[in-house]
Write a protein that binds this ligand. Structure first.
Ligand SMILES: Nc1ncnc2c1ncn2[C@@H]1O[C@H](COP(=O)(O)OP(=O)(O)OP(=O)(O)O)[C@@H](O)[C@H]1O
Ligand SMILES: [Mg+2]
Length: 214
């Protein structure tokens, strides 16, 4: 089943970032987007995850055109089906790690997966306040929080920037197992080509186009 279909996307800020870009994401599929700094990877991810409206072109989620959805429908899809793991974590700062996960569990009606907490190695820090956690711990808590929602599509922007190599690879394994088990899909943006090539498909954003490199 197709989870996401982007057609003929173009976007310009100060200069034209990309034009006429199309891509599709299917169930159990992972796609990595690499490219030099400033090439527009994060902007493209923002468009695919409905945070930004493209200058032209369309994005369909679960076979529904995003531009045709009313606000309520779009909000529901965002809440229930999209999981965003971005560079800034957006954890609730005054809360503990566990309280952050509990909020996600309550809002989505899902249970916290203790297995994921153990594998992300945040079990022993779970009662600490977010402000008392290291950058890498905060990143791992935010990954656990997004997975707790059980989204159908993961949009992931440099998820392992604060993590050592071993932890980064473990995080990728958790993502891959998650999408397999939940028939979900993932679009990953990263500078790290080694991590990128673990995905099923890899595209490079260069000269305003998406070039398939795997
Ligand atoms: N909201 C915005 N308003 C104006 N310009 C923007 C905005 N967001 C991004 N840009 C510009 O668009 C260009 C691409 O930015 P983007 O963040 O998409 O690049 P990137 O490929 O993700 O880079 P990096 O690898 O450094 O994260 C940059 O020149 C940036 O300054
Ligand atoms: Mg970026």
């Amino acid at each position: 089943m197709n989870l996401l279909s982007a057609k003929n996307l173009s976007h310009t800020f100060e200069y034209e970032l990309f034009s006429d870009i199309s891509m599709d994401l299917d169930e159990k599929e992972s796609i990595a987007i690499i490219g030099i700094s400033g090439s527009g990877k994060s902007t493209l991810l923002h468009i695919l995850s409905t945070l930004l409206t493209p200058d032209s072109g369309s994005v369909s989620l679960f076979a529904e055109d995003v531009s045709q959805m009313n606000k309520k429908r779009l909000a529901k899809i965002k809440r229930d089906s999209l999981g965003l793991v971005f560079q800034s974590h957006y954890l609730f700062k005054g809360f503990s790690a566990l309280e952050n996960l509990e909020v996600a569990a309550i809002l989505s009606g899902q249970d916290i997966d203790n297995e994921i907490l153990k594998r992300l190695n945040i079990y022993e820090a779970i009662n600490q306040k977010v402000t008392e956690l290291s950058g890498g711990q905060q990143q791992r808590v935010s990954i656990a929080r997004v997975l707790t929602k059980q989204p159908r599509i993961l949009f992931v922007d440099e998820p392992t920037g604060n993590l050592d190599k071993l932890t980064a690879h473990e995080v990728m394994e958790i993502f891959f197992e998650y999408i397999e088990k939940n028939s979900a899909g993932m679009v990953l943006v990263t500078h790290d080509e080694e991590l990128a090539f673990k995905c099923k498909k890899v595209y490079r954003l260069e000269n305003k186009k998406l070039v398939a490199v795997k």
